[in-house]
Design a protein around this ligand. Structure first.
Ligand SMILES: [Zn+2]
Length: 420
């Protein structure tokens, strides 16, 4: 079979496998697969079968992550990590996360038994979305040693603690140290759907992520005074909802005025919330992102200031609570190697910032990390309509194979373990 034809077949199989894993769901319709759920076990069994067929050893670590080990050309070879997450949001599509794991397995299959100067460890993270315990990245946190007692005490909606959930899955939370990365890791690579419209708008199948955007999330409260909608004249009102509305427009204008800045008010709550009562208190969420922390932070502080000015001019008060996540740069050496591999696959590499958080962001705390994005039709994700083009998956496989070849022959790369 010609190489191109062979890869097209492999790409089709990758898509089929993602659809097959999507059937392992807690819900009858759509796909819902949360941390340590019964369908997750089915998922492990399926992936275990694929790994076994290519001579890779699979274990499930004490945090519930799939770890598939494909040995290098000599014992003690350093290792390259390749993967993504296996959990989903409620009513998800078939490709978010799962595609990165299935592609990792497909790359090992394409190696057809060939051994490289590094081992490859396939990672199928147990938890990334934060659905069951309200905390994201549980799986990848375990690899960098951040799954601590505080997290283990968290409880899910049914009152089950994370520690208990790990035990109920047949794993030992006392052995979490076994999930932590050793000092032989060269880097972490993650294929993931873009989950946005950028690559599609540029008509490009693949992108290379150079940074994962930082995030500022805030909760704003405008406080005025509730009063009768019929008897309170307009000039004597302290309407919290009208103030909030003025500020929402200011948020939109501020974001539009700065290149690459996105700011969103995604939730609003008005009290008391009756047709004939002026709103006394309005609470809003704000989410601000940019690839550069200083731009995000200065935009956020400008929005806080604007909220206070708007409140003051209307005789109201405004207060806010803040949560920040700094931007994470991807490894520049790996980013350049990925660009080269995308070019060799006949595509134009597009450097981009990921607006969403990913496991690569957590892994980057300990090891060089980088991501490859696949075009997402319609930019649709976290929805059963989420899909990928099989031709794009074929390009991702080609890119991955070029990348492995480049890294295998790069002295600079092979010297890069944390051990060295
Ligand atoms: Zn994801």
């Amino acid at each position: 079979m010609a190489i191109a034809e062979n890869i097209a077949t492999r790409a089709q199989e990758v898509v089929n496998r993602c659809r097959r894993l999507a059937e392992f769901s807690e819900s009858a319709e759509g796909t819902t697969r949360t941390f340590l759920s019964a369908p997750m076990r089915r998922c492990h069994e399926e992936i275990g079968g694929w790994l076994e067929a290519i001579g890779a050893e699979m274990r499930v670590d004490p945090a519930g992550n799939v770890r598939g080990f494909y040995a290098g050309d000599k014992s003690g070879a350093p290792r390259l990590l390749l993967g993504s997450h296996l959990d989903t949001v409620p009513n998800a599509g078939a490709f978010d996360g799962v595609l990165g794991v299935v592609l990792a397995v497909a790359l090992l299959e394409e190696l057809a038994g060939k051994r490289l100067p590094f081992s490859i460890e396939v990672e199928g993270f147990s938890e990334e979305e934060g659905v069951r315990f309200g905390t994201p990245f549980i799986g990848s946190r375990a690899l960098v040693g951040r799954l601590d007692d505080e997290l283990l005490k968290r409880v899910d909606a049914g009152g089950v603690s994370m520690r208990r959930a790990i035990e109920a899955f047949g794993l030992n939370p006392g052995k979490l140290q076994e999930a932590v990365l050793q000092d032989d890791v060269l880097g972490y690579l993650e294929f993931h759907i873009e989950q946005g419209p950028v690559l599609e708008s540029l008509e490009l199948p693949l992108g290379v992520v150079e940074a994962i955007a930082g995030q500022t999330r805030m909760e704003f409260t405008f406080s005025g005074r509730s009063n009768h909608a019929g008897t309170t004249p307009m000039n004597l009102r302290r309407d919290a909802l009208a103030a909030a509305a003025e500020w929402i427009v200011a948020v939109e204008q501020t974001a539009k005025s700065v290149q690459g800045l996105v700011a969103t008010v995604g939730r609003i709550e008005a009290k008391p919330g009756a047709t004939n009562v002026i709103v006394g208190e309005a609470r809003l969420s704000l989410d601000v992102r940019h690839k550069l922390d200083e731009i995000r932070v200065s935009a956020a502080s400008s929005l806080i200031q604007q909220a206070q000015q708007i409140a003051a001019s209307r005789g109201l008060s405004a207060r806010h609570a803040l949560l920040n996540q700094e931007a994470v740069a991807m490894d520049s050496f790996l980013v350049e190697e990925i660009e080269e591999a995308i070019r060799k696959s006949g595509c134009t590499p597009q450097r981009m910032t990921s607006g969403a958080g990913h496991d690569a962001m957590i892994l980057a705390e300990k090891v060089p990390a980088a991501m490859i994005f696949l075009r997402t039709p319609g930019g649709i994700s976290h929805d059963p309509a989420e899909t990928v083009e099989t031709e794009d998956v074929a390009k991702a496989i080609e890119c991955g194979l070029h990348l492995l070849e480049q890294l295998a022959s790069s002295r600079e790369f092979l010297k890069r373990t944390s051990r060295a």
